[in-house]
Design a protein around this ligand. Sequence first.
Ligand code: ADP
Length: 774
Amino acid sequence: MHNEMTGSAATLGHSVRPAEEVGIVHVGLDGRFLRSNLKFSQITGYSAAELQGLTFQEITHPDDCEADVELARRLAEGEIPAYTMEKRYIRKGGDTVWIRLTGSIVRDTQDAPLYFIAVIEDIESRKLAEAQALRWQRLFASAEFGLAQIDIESNTFIEVNPTFARQRGYAPAEMQGLRILDIYPPDRHEEARAKIQAIDKAGHAVFESVHLRKDGSSFPVLVEVTVIKDGEGRPVCRISNCQDITERKKAEGELQRIHEEVARHLAQLETVLDSMTGGLVVADLDGKVYHWNRAALEMHGFASLDECRRDLQDFRGIFEFSGLDGQAVPFENWPIMRILRGEQLKNWEVMLRRIGTDWQRIFAYSGTLARDTNGEPLLAILNIDDITERKRSEEALQRYRLIADNSRDIMLFIRRSDGKIVDANVAAVKAYGYTHEELLNLTILDLRAADTLEQAAIQLSIADDRGLLFETFHRRKDGTTFPVGVSSQGSTINGERMLISVIRDITQRKRYEQELLQAREEAEAASLAKSQFLASMSHEIRTPMTVFLGALEHLLQIDQNPQRRQLLTLADQAARRLHALIDDVLDFSRIEARRLEICAERFELRDSLQKIVGMMSTMAREKQLGLELEVAPAVPVHIVSDQYRLEQVLLNLLSNAIKFTERGRVEVSVQRVGGGLTFRVSDTGIGIPEDKFELIFHAFSQVDSSSTRRFGGTGLGLAISRQLVELLGGKLSVRSRQGAGSEFFFTIPLNAAADREQVPAAGAVRNPAGGHRQ
Ligand code: ADP
């Protein structure tokens, strides 16, 4: 069989191949396989034995069968000498295999056909490659993106697909041989060269660039280039895949433009929002607060937007809300939360506190949910007004209103320009008898009863300027008038000059004043009458007393009887005390009745002082007290004063000093102090408690009433002395410590004329009191 086969094969001539390269079969005229070689078994999957039970039709693909049968028929009938076809077998197991069959026929000597001889080549892998190539070919030709194959050495196009050519305005064939750089604008050549180098190095690149069309116009492209390498890794060519991204760029540009537009709009919007005086806060539906306008930032004490663009939750640790009644507002009811729930807020007044600080404001919140065109909620928008100041002034206003309306004084607000009454309190309504409305239709001049218009105008002007207190008369609605005390003050309220007048009905006060005045006049008249009575009475008593004293003195001189002399001496002492008392009462009532007059005369001070000390020396000696006189050298020889009254004062002080001193000494001193002379009478006596310093100068007052008995006296001496010193131009004062002595002192002005030792003429001495003395 083998030989036969070989022989048969040799008869096939050009079709002969090495035995195992091709399958060879003998097929009967009925199509039954007669003989087959190993290769054929490999191709079909059937063993030679299995094939002997099969026909070629049975293992031929149904689609190819008819053509094969027909060709076999024609071969058998001698129409064709041989044929070749490509067809599919169905292999054992069911899969198909492509083969090329070359059929011929063996005839006997009578030319009758004996059997077919077929040579079969397995073309499955070739067929596959062809199909793949075809697919690629189709893709290349019909791809919507441009593809180009580029020669690595020359950087020219080997082949481009129709899209690539069309995009650049060429026919595909036209582009073959063009340089890559020809499709780049000149200003991109440098870039393109660099790119090519980079691609060859990396093997792949994706980049955006610009390509030229044949007509010179350009368009943006996205290029992907891959270097194709052979089995040994040598680069063969580059494949470039290019997409025209004009549309994308346009879209990008549009997008960019839209972005910019939106940004511009937002910026404008922000400027508008920031110029609002009210606060505006925007939150999204998730409770993220993402916009605050400037006013809102400032109102809440934030420095920048970054500080407060956060979740509403985050503010819980910073702020707390409460109602104006102090009731805490829970987080769920915070203004934004209420809006997010769909509530509408209209001027909801709430107090906001910054936890842990003194910061606290009252805000009025309004707001609503912003919705899109379909009515879907988008954002919560909150408007905030800081009404802290308004609330405070409202409160203050209420307080003032309360004060004003509870005041018994009339309060009027008067417009400075025309005197119109702008507001009035309840007291005004009561006092004038007009209703509140009626009052507001009047001017202040309608209420005035007393003064002329000019006077009123002047008063208004002064009051406006620096405030004014004055009294006048006002008229009631019924025409009656009443006296008023007005306190008026100018002020600017809401840019308008106003006078605020507080007016008091002083009818009662006027009545009291009148009564008081009358009472005082009556009292004064009575007091004067009393003093005059006393003065004249003392005078009347004094005259007989002088006679009385003279007579006693005379009797003492002539009567030597010791018993009678004792009685006479008693009588004389009593009479002298009485005389002194009358003198004191007389002086005192004269001073009270303003009838004591002071004269100024020039006299030698030292003489006068020595005389006084001489007069008191007996008294001092009796009590074994030292009595000293000290006149400072600076004291002038002559002074101008009322000698008699000065002596009276000093005698008074000296006699007190001696009277109230048991041990030690008494001293009179004079010093020159500035423009005056200071007289001092000091002692080492019982002293005076400090709380009695003022009392002792009052008439009929003594430190200790029981001392009257021990020391005698009326309590008039110091009262008279102080008045006299005052008339002499000084003030009598005391310095003392109980048990440590006292010092009485006063300073009288030194008459300028007496200061010089030039003796002025007596007539030139000023004598303000008239010089007459009783
Ligand atoms: P009189 O001496 O007549 O009582 P005065 O007016 O002269 O009245 O004095 C009033 C009182 O002042 C005295 O009673 C005495 O209590 C007190 N007084 C005056 N001078 C002295 C003095 N030098 N030392 C202590 N007490 C004095």
